[in-house]
Design a protein around this ligand. Structure first.
Ligand code: ADE
Length: 223
């Protein structure tokens, strides 16, 4: 999977790039490319944003700047780009990111994430360049970088070779293996701590009983 991120703060992704499952994904052939609109802006002084028409607080990312950045990187009119890859604008009011959308995006060959900053995007960026508008929750963050990392994290760990144990991605929260229910509780040593005992069934080594218990717990967590 090729993930391109259009961001004014590429350095924000340094920590993310070093995470084990991201390192594994990149080693397995995925890519994470950062595109800084400031490197491509046609405006003087590295300008990328402007005051909103109609007044109001904050600055708005300019459509001509994002047009120039996408055109420089992809060598085509960004209006056409969304026909060959998902171009996802991250905004608080977009489609809520959930396991279904993560699974859908994990099937893609390539995605482009557009990070807003300040007051967000000129609406024409969303209207003419984006195929999707995605939110990680109904709250406003200072920019799209954290949402882009959340999305990329969730998508990359779905890919083969990303996690140490393939089964851990399959069985975790909200997965089909658990009938779409949230995850079951996990325990590790010590089996008893301050009188808090691990459920007996987990210590017995009966695989079927353990599976039944886990599914039951997962169902209960959903209520
Ligand atoms: N940009 C700012 N806040 C956001 C959010 N909650 N989701 C996606 N993008 C955002």
């Amino acid at each position: 999977m090729n993930i391109d991120v259009v961001t004014l703060f590429p350095e924000a992704f340094e920590w993310f790039r070093g995470q084990r499952h991201v390192v594994n994904s990149l080693a397995a052939g995925s890519t994470l490319t950062l595109i800084n609109p400031r490197d491509h802006t046609p405006l003087s002084g590295g300008q990328v944003d402007d005051a909103p028409f109609g007044g109001g607080a904050g600055m708005v990312l300019r459509v001509d700047v994002i047009d120039a950045a996408l055109r420089a990187h992809y060598g085509e009119d960004p209006v056409d780009l969304r026909h060959t890859r998902r171009v996802i604008a991250l905004t608080p009011s977009g489609r809520l990111l959930d396991e279904r959308l993560v699974g859908e995006l994990a099937q893609e060959r390539a995605i482009t994430l557009l990070c807003g900053r300040y007051e967000g995007f000129d609406e024409r960026i969303i209207e003419h360049f984006a195929s999707d508008v995605v939110s990680i929750g109904r709250y406003v963050l200072a920019g799209g970088e954290l949402p882009a990392m959340v999305l990329a994290d969730a998508v990359l760990r779905k890919l083969p070779g990303s996690l140490g144990h393939a089964a851990s991605a399959l069985e975790e929260s909200f997965s089909e293996a658990l009938g779409g229910f949230p995850e079951y509780p996990h325990y590790t040593r010590p089996a008893a701590y301050r009188g808090w005992r691990v459920p007996e069934v987990l210590l017995g080594g009966h695989h079927e009983e353990i599976q039944r218990w886990r599914l039951d717990q997962a169902r209960h967590r959903n209520q």
